[in-house]
Design a protein. Structure first.
Length: 610
């Protein structure tokens, strides 16, 4: 007992955790460091079995691991149990000692390894992840000893070089013979610079032949100094090698695409520009510079205010804001540009938004086509048409007057029938010519926006009835009757009577010309909410499918043979559309081939009837 007390006193002050076991594994002594390590108060371990804190260390286990003549052993990563039931890990130094008067005992010295083992496991896991990444990314790793000039390579490096993993080969020689001759210096120089201590890291890309030398692969190599001697000279260089052929092909394709775009941009016969969101010019092509008469260096960074007519700037900037917000997909309009010499240039300006991968507008691209010559020719044409029409109208009025006078005299005199027929035909043709001249003048005025319509409160039913009565003779000449359905009664609209008569005359004339003989053209007036709706319906062949999309365009004709048979300029429906839309309405048609065709138009009612 005295001996045990002395032993307890001896180990009590030791900072190392010490446990003394009896021959049956009971804890005879546990110094304060051991008690604290296992979460116990001083002396609380005494009398307990060692397996309560170190479950795997019973007496038989300890005896089995100490083989005479040795009397001690170090056990690694021994699992222990803290008082709070949390597992801990220890390295345990076990010493067996014998008392002549007692069975063998064991002394345990414990060093906790829990945190260290956790860190080691984390490092191993990280290393494993790195190895998996290297294998997955097909990264070949190599090491070069600058002292011995020896190189060691990984299995992935051999795979990249198409070398069997067990083949004995001079890897440095193999690598040098495979590098493209034109790239050898670029591939070799980085290693020399690192070996000479000029750099600590380098990156290079070069071409490498496949082993059969049938194709070239692009290789990217990263080198870094891994170890230096006491003088700071590199002694070990490590490298990572990866095949970047696919990435290089993508880069080359992208560069080719960019070169093609730049070539198309620079050589385009129409003006092109790339602009910032606030309208500053980032890039312009020669054609753009030619339109405004400015050098590229002058235009770069300048805003649209420098080249657009002052009256065009505000509207253009507003349209660009609508493009930026996504309200518009593109903008196109004829606008005035200012040449360096002060001349006004008409250009067809088209602007579209350029978006990034997130759909955000980052730039605008613009195209400008110089249409000044077209404007000049249009003005000349308008002037010519106006002049010719005026010159035709004056003698035509005289001719019509003379023919009507002859027709009146013929009625009073007994003239031969052929002569009467000749006067009648001449009068009809003169009327047609007058209508043609009027249509051309109206079309020209509408094209230039110069046609003024004086509107007033008028009963649409009365105007339609008058137009129908005026058109009956023409309808009868085609053996077609005209009937009206005006049961809706009086509908007042803000219109000009002459223009309503012009619309109805065109629609009734077309309906009669293209109706089947012995059928009836119907004119229907009804009301849709705050709009009056007029329908002119005939029965006949209908409108050809190919003609429907262009039917309201100027000079549109269903077929040349029909034009020769029935006459017409191809301007009537276009003029009707212009008048109806000017009055705030809409016009359209419904056609069922072989059955009926409806031409309809709507007009807003006067406020008194809304």
């Amino acid at each position: 007992m005295v001996e045990q007390d002395l032993l307890a006193q001896a180990i009590a002050t030791v900072e190392i955790a010490v446990i003394v076991l009896g021959h049956e594994g009971e804890i005879l002594l546990g110094n304060p460091a051991a008690c604290s390590l296992m979460g116990y108060e001083p002396d609380q371990l005494t009398g307990t079995d060692i397996t309560s804190v170190l479950p795997s260390l019973d007496s038989a286990f300890l005896d089995a691991h100490i083989v005479p003549p040795a009397n001690s052993v170090i056990l690694h990563d021994v699992a222990g149990l803290h008082r709070n039931n949390v597992q801990r890990h220890f390295n345990v130094h076990v010493t067996a000692w014998n008392n002549p008067d007692a069975p063998a005992r064991h002394t345990l010295m414990l060093r906790e390894m829990t945190e260290e083992l956790a860190q080691k496991r984390a490092r191993n896991a990280e290393l494993e992840r790195a190895q998996n990444a290297i294998r997955g990314a097909r990264i070949g790793v190599f090491e070069f000893d600058t002292t011995t000039k020896e190189a060691h390579v990984s299995d992935i490096w051999r795979d990249l070089m198409e070398l069997p993993r067990d083949e004995i080969v001079d890897v440095q020689k193999e690598w040098r013979t495979r590098v493209h001759p034109d790239d050898l210096d670029a591939a070799d120089a980085p290693m020399r610079r690192l070996a000479q201590g000029l750099e600590s890291r380098t990156v290079s890309e070069y071409r490498l032949f496949t082993r059969d030398r049938r194709e070239l692969r692009w290789i990217r190599t990263n080198l870094s100094v891994a170890q230096r001697d006491e003088k700071g000279n590199p002694t070990r260089i490590v490298g990572a090698q990866v095949d970047v052929t696919d990435r290089k092909a993508t880069e080359l394709a992208l560069r080719k695409s960019m070169d093609q775009f730049q070539s198309a941009f620079d050589n385009a016969p129409i003006g092109k520009a790339i602009m910032t969101l606030d309208g500053k010019l980032l890039e312009v092509n020669p054609a753009f510079c030619a339109i405004v008469g400015q050098d590229k260096s002058v235009l770069m960074g300048k805003g649209l205010a420098m080249i657009l007519h002052p009256d065009e700037i505000a509207e253009t900037m507003m349209e660009m804001e609508r493009l930026k917000s996504g309200y518009l997909s593109n903008h196109q309009a004829e606008q005035r540009f200012l040449h360096r010499n002060g001349q006004v240039i008409w250009g067809l300006l088209s602007i579209a938004a350029v978006r990034d991968e997130d759909g955000q507008v980052v730039q605008f691209i613009a195209q400008v086509v110089n249409v000044s010559e077209q404007h000049r020719l249009q003005d000349l044409k308008s002037e010519f048409v106006a002049t010719v029409s005026h010159e035709l109208r004056t003698p035509l009025t005289s001719i019509l007057g003379a023919l009507k006078l002859l027709q009146a005299q013929a009625a009073d005199q007994d003239l031969p029938d052929p002569m009467k027929r000749l006067i009648e035909i001449s009068l009809q043709n003169a009327d047609r010519l007058g209508t043609l001249v009027g249509d051309i003048l109206d079309f020209e005025r509408f094209s230039k926006g110069n046609l003024d319509i004086e509107t007033g409160d008028h009963d649409l039913a009365e105007l339609i009835e008058a137009a129908v009565e005026e058109s009956r003779p023409l309808a009868e000449s085609y053996r077609v009757a005209v009937a009206t359905d005006l049961r809706v009664g009086s509908l007042h609209c803000p219109v000009e009577p002459a223009r309503i008569c012009q619309i109805m005359s065109n629609l009734l004339s077309n309906a009669a010309k293209f109706a089947d003989s012995n059928t009836t053209v119907e004119v229907i007036l009804d009301r849709r909410d705050d709009m009056a709706r007029v329908v002119v319906r005939n029965r006949g062949r209908g409108i050809p499918e190919a003609f429907r999309s262009t039917i309201f365009l100027p000079f549109a004709q269903a077929a040349p043979t029909l034009t020769r048979d029935h006459g017409g300029t191809g301007l009537g429906l276009s003029i009707c559309k212009q008048i109806v839309e000017h009055l705030g309405g809409e016009i359209g048609f419904i056609s069922v081939p072989g059955d009926y065709t409806d031409f309809w138009f709507t007009l807003p009612l006067c406020e008194s009837q809304q």
